[in-house]
Design a protein around this ligand. Structure first.
Ligand SMILES: CC(C)(COP(=O)(O)O)[C@@H](O)C(=O)NCCC(=O)O
Ligand SMILES: [K+]
Length: 231
């Protein structure tokens, strides 16, 4: 059994992979005796991760950290300084490349930040953007203005705002949707596969026809990274 760990800036996510099946798991009750290896990706410092790595060594479980490379199989990174690309973005690209081969894809991962990455059918990462996540956008305004306030019960909607919480939340949503539309302009194919992941992935996916929401996208990418890198 393989333990997969994805450490973002907000949350540590864990999953167990067995016969190719990836299932989210709770790190407080891990079946260490059945775990053969621990594969992890880390964009932020995380004490919890250090604890897990210590437990892994106590159980003699080998640990492997995913890193961005210039190329992996025929997937090529857009960044000259490829090590500066967020590993979660690279893993999302690896998953898209493996799951939607020979297709133009746009990968949108909505976590602390929202990242948007454009991938051609030939496996060339064209680059992308980093936006504040939806909560970061709304919090940055409520915390830095006198009169803009939020309301936890107000949903994000793709509509004009007719009160302050509407204007705030819908503004964050449409700004993010607009960035996805802009990303499409960088592909000749006008119907790329849109793939959403992360905290607000389902909400964003619902705004587009034929889009995919895969909450395990980064975990799948982490697993593919290990499979492709170990050979
Ligand atoms: C943009 C990110 C913080 C997103 O991470 P997350 O929202 O998952 O915490 C992460 O991809 C990152 O640290 N990127 C490094 C800069 C770059 O990708 O160019
Ligand atoms: K993330």
């Amino acid at each position: 059994m393989r333990l997969l760990i994805d450490v973002g800036n907000t949350a540590l996510k864990a999953a167990l992979c067995q016969q190719g099946e990836i299932k989210p798991c709770d790190v407080s009750a891990l079946p260490w005796r059945q775990i053969n290896e621990l594969v992890y990706a880390c964009v932020g410092k995380n004490e919890q991760l250090n604890g897990l790595l210590a437990q892994a060594s106590a159980f003699q479980v080998p640990c492997f950290e995913a890193k961005v490379t210039k190329q992996l199989s025929s997937l090529r990174c857009a960044y000259q300084q490829f090590s500066n690309l967020g590993i979660d973005r690279w893993l999302g690209l690896i998953a898209a490349f493996q799951l939607w081969p020979q297709q133009d894809c746009i990968v949108i991962d909505t976590g602390t930040a929202t990242t948007i990455d454009v991938l051609t059918a030939q496996g060339q990462h064209l680059g992308g953007w980093i936006l504040p996540g939806l909560d970061l956008m709304t919090r940055s305004l409520t915390q830095n203005t006198q009169r803009v306030f939020d309301d936890a019960n107000t949903p994000f909607a793709n509509e004009l705002g007719v009160n302050t919480p509407n204007g705030l939340k819908n503004g964050a949503l449409v700004a993010t949707l607009g960035a996805v539309e802009q990303a499409k302009l960088h592909l000749t194919n006008k119907k790329p596969q849109l793939i959403f992941a992360g905290g607000y992935g389902a909400l964003l996916k619902a705004q587009f026809l034929d889009a995919i929401y895969d909450p395990q996208l980064v975990m799948k990418g982490l697993n593919y990274w290990y499979e492709l890198s170990k050979n």
